[in-house]
Design a binder for this molecule. Structure first.
Ligand code: HEC
Length: 198
């Protein structure tokens, strides 16, 4: 019978030497892994309000969360509502806006923006249509502003929808408006022919 070569035995020994080293490393990990910590929404006897998750300190703004000169974060350019998106309008942006709108706005405003979402339909809340003339002609920054700050009976969505997503929703609201008031003259002659329009 052939004997295992010396090299073979040597490499086996070298490989086995890793085993205790690995075990040592795993053992190191446990101390840090099991350190005392709070899980989200747990209570804490340390704070008087018993919330382990601390709200931001009053009158403070997290770094990078607000810049008065940034249209992306304020919806404004030189203090005026922005009339253009602060990012490129793409099919992906609109599609993302559609998913956010359907999740956050449609329950009240309806999937088409007519104000007949399931909450408005079942409850006493009167939700305006997004297809009013006034809203069809406002600057797009207005939608960003309403989502960010809320308006009258509609509360702010700033804590739930990050700024980039608010713009995606604003763009989608514009697309919804267009879907109800598309002008046949905006189509090419060929497209009009396909519709059978003059
Ligand atoms: C819980 C229900 C509810 C949800 C959810 C909701 N809204 Fe509203 N929204 C309202 C009500 C109610 C008003 C009317 C506020 C008023 O004038 O009293 C309103 C008004 C508006 C207006 C019109 C403001 C004006 O000038 O008349 C816009 C635009 C708007 N919402 C956009 C949105 C968008 C975008 C979302 C999703 C991010 C959203 N809303 C989510 C209830 C809701």
């Amino acid at each position: 019978m052939a004997q295992p070569s010396r090299m073979w035995i040597g490499s086996r020994v070298a490989r086995m030497a890793w085993l205790p080293l690995c075990l040592l490393l795993v053992a190191c990990h446990v101390d840090m892994y099991d350190q005392p910590r709070y899980k989200p929404n747990q209570t804490s006897a340390f704070f008087s309000d018993q919330r382990a998750m601390r709200p931001p300190v009053e009158n403070t703004v997290a770094m990078g969360s607000f810049d008065p000169d940034s249209p992306l974060l304020t919806g404004k350019v030189n203090g005026e509502l922005a009339t253009e998106l602060p990012m490129e309008l793409t099919a992906e942006l609109l599609e993302h806006g559609r998913t956010r709108y359907n999740a956050y706005c449609a329950p009240c405003h309806g999937l088409t923006g007519d104000g007949n979402g399931v909450i408005a339909y079942r409850g006493p809340l009167q939700v305006p249509s997004l297809h009013q003339d006034r809203l069809r002609t406002v600057a797009i920054g207005y939608f960003f502003d309403v989502i960010t700050n809320g308006i009258n009976r509609m509360y702010s969505y700033a804590a739930r929808i990050p700024p980039e997503d608010r713009w995606a929703v604003a763009a989608y609201v514009r697309a919804l408006q267009l879907s109800q008031y598309a002008d046949v003259n905006d189509l090419t002659a060929e497209e009009r022919q396909q519709l059978g329009a003059q």
